[in-house]
Write a protein that binds this ligand. Structure first.
Ligand SMILES: NC(=O)C1=CN([C@@H]2O[C@H](COP(=O)(O)OP(=O)(O)OC[C@H]3O[C@@H](n4cnc5c(N)ncnc54)[C@H](O)[C@@H]3O)[C@@H](O)[C@H]2O)C=CC1
Ligand SMILES: O=C([O-])CC(=O)C(=O)O
Length: 268
């Protein structure tokens, strides 16, 4: 039986972990191609890992893959998604913040029989949130606390002259909707963008963001009030080499890829 061909767009923190796992073997899946900005660096990494895989450009991806894992900077979401979706293929999107203002990509998927998959990523509990959304959800509130270096450089902080350097106590740097947070912190709170898509949307989902020097992990708390259940969930993510990205994110992608071909699926 032929395997489903998986490509990776962006060979950074998430991309390298997923590529390594695919090369080691996931049932029914093969590592078909990688699109990267720095080919020389990618070639050296693939050689070191003993992985053989073609390096291709973003617009060549549909010719090589059935599903692309988008784990690249948010600004190139469109370049990755558009050709794949127009070809009726799947894209697993990690840059969820960049997806919020792009309903046209969902329309494109619908028109051509393609699919956008947003994995749970660095968060928790999308099974319960999407189940509750089949009934009526009254509110979804999230509080994120990160070590300051996990937020440093975010556009909102720069534009508003908010410094998170040398903090000695926790500072609330943002309160607002998921839509506002995604624009203000595009590389830091993809989690709330994804949560909003699982539940009641980006305008009704709210978030508080704290820069907390006492934190060593990226911590997220979620409170959901619905007619079927009320629940509170929290997760403390160990940062990867990229301080903005929790280690669990790549593992969530691998678990979601495994579900693509698994004869037994558990969870919503
Ligand atoms: N949904 C979620 O729960 C989470 C989402 N993310 C998001 O996932 C994405 C990837 O995260 P990381 O792997 O930590 O980032 P990273 O910065 O470690 O890796 C991104 C890679 O993309 C490469 N790249 C840049 N321009 C490119 C181009 N034109 N073509 C191909 N590759 C290019 C970079 O060289 C880099 O290797 C980011 O947008 C991040 O914000 C991160 C954590 C959690
Ligand atoms: O949402 C993100 O981009 C990353 C994040 O908060 C985490 O890894 O905990």
């Amino acid at each position: 039986m032929s395997s489903k061909r998986i490509a990776i767009a962006g060979l950074g923190e998430i991309g390298r972990t997923v590529a390594r796992k695919l090369a080691q073997g996931l049932p029914g899946l093969s590592l078909a191609a990688i699109a990267t900005r720095d080919r020389e660096k990618a070639t050296a990494w693939l050689d070191r890992e003993g992985i053989s895989c073609p390096l291709v450009s973003l617009d060549e991806l549909p010719g090589h893959a059935d599903l692309v894992v988008e784990c690249a900077p948010a600004v190139i979401l469109d370049q990755i998604c558009r050709p794949m979706l127009a070809a009726g293929k799947q894209v697993m999107v990690l840059s969820a913040s960049a997806l919020l203002p792009r309903a046209d990509l969902v329309d494109l998927a619908r028109a051509h029989g393609g699919q956008i998959i947003v994995p749970t990523g660095a968060l928790i509990g999308f099974d319960a949130v999407s189940a509750a959304a089949e009934g009526a959800i009254h509110s979804v509130q999230m509080v994120t606390r990160k070590p300051p270096r996990g937020l440093a450089g975010a556009p909102y902080l720069v534009e508003n002259g908010i410094s998170v350097e040398g903090l000695t106590s926790a500072l609330c740097v943002f309160r607002g909707s998921a839509r506002e947070a995604a624009a203000a912190f595009p590389a830091n709170v993809n989690v709330v963008a994804a949560l909003s898509l699982a539940g009641i949307g980006p305008d009704r989902t709210t978030i508080e963001i704290w820069a907390d020097p006492a934190m060593t992990r990226n911590c997220h708390q979620i409170r959901v009030e619905a007619d079927s259940a009320s629940f509170t969930m929290s997760i403390e993510n160990v940062p990867s080499e990229n301080p903005r990205t929790g280690r669990i994110t790549a593992l969530s992608v691998i678990a979601a890829l495994r579900k693509q071909t698994s004869p037994l699926q558990v969870g919503t």
